[in-house]
Design a protein around this ligand. Structure first.
Ligand SMILES: Cc1cc2nc3c(=O)[nH]c(=O)nc-3n(C[C@H](O)[C@H](O)[C@H](O)COP(=O)(O)O)c2cc1C
Length: 234
């Protein structure tokens, strides 16, 4: 589990948010915006990227990059790879298509090859959206977890945009609050009515908060103006 980020610490962090949905302003984008708003509010340097705005061709498996560290394809992946390399925190969002991450994201992942040995040590947050419940979205999340763990990153949390299909359906669901909290490095304590709630709580046992972190969490709540999706839907 990622460390709770105090504001001063967060200012030092570069957060790159990658939405892979081909649908602008859909559920994946909305949760990305919420994550971005919370990370910005916490003082991080945040950049949001949508893969649909970039031209990224599939890897040709020529392996030239193994000797040159550069891809022979001259498209938008080279600048994106620089951004990914520079980021301390990655937030990667995918709609679930036929139970898997969408193809646009897989194409991008394959193009990480020129730097695959230099992309470790990042905190990664995943956003998965779909009309299924969590069980139906889990395979896509597991696939992405495998990718980033193999690169040497830590997957700190998953935002489940479950039971959503039409544009905007995710607004007002618990996933929005979760995206916000995770950008701040925290997870909520949920009422346990289902087995996966128990699994989530067990996961939380795998990390310890420092005294400083506890003190930060226990500071009195100071109300602030609504931002992101919450502000737009007032
Ligand atoms: C080609 C295609 C396949 C899909 N397959 C699934 C699926 O297997 N499971 C699921 O839960 N949702 C599936 N969906 C629904 C989308 O995942 C869902 O609408 C999601 O919210 C889309 O994200 P967006 O709003 O960011 O575009 C599919 C949608 C499309 C277009």
């Amino acid at each position: 589990m990622g460390k709770v980020l105090r504001e001063g610490e967060c200012k030092m962090r570069k957060v790159l948010i990658i939405s892979s949905s081909p649908r602008k302003d859909g559920n994946s984008d909305m949760l990305c915006h919420e994550f971005a708003a919370a990370a910005r509010e916490a003082g991080a340097a945040v950049e949001e990227v949508a893969l649909r705005d970039l031209a990224i061709s599939p890897c040709r498996a020529c392996y030239d990059c193994w000797s040159t560290q550069r891809c022979v394809l001259r498209d938008d992946m080279a600048p994106l790879l620089e951004k990914i390399t520079a980021a301390d925190v990655l937030c990667v969002a995918t709609p679930v298509y036929f139970g898997l991450p969408c193809g646009q994201l897989k194409v991008m992942v394959d193009r990480l090859l020129p730097r695959w040995q230099g992309l470790g040590g990042k905190d990664v947050y995943l956003i998965v959206t779909g009309h299924d419940g969590r069980a139906g979205l889990a395979h896509a999340a597991d696939d992405l977890r495998l990718v980033f763990e193999n690169l040497g990153d830590t997957v700190c949390g998953v935002v489940w945009g479950e039971h959503v299909w039409q544009k905007g359906e995710v607004a007002g669901t618990a996933a929005v609050a979760l995206a916000w909290l995770m950008a701040k490095g925290a997870v909520p304590v949920v009422g346990m009515t289902k087995p996966h709630h128990v699994d989530g709580a067990v996961e939380a046992c795998g990390f310890a908060l420092t005294d400083e972190e506890c003190a930060y969490l226990e500071e009195p709540y100071v109300p602030h103006a609504l931002v992101g999706v919450m502000a737009e839907n007032r």
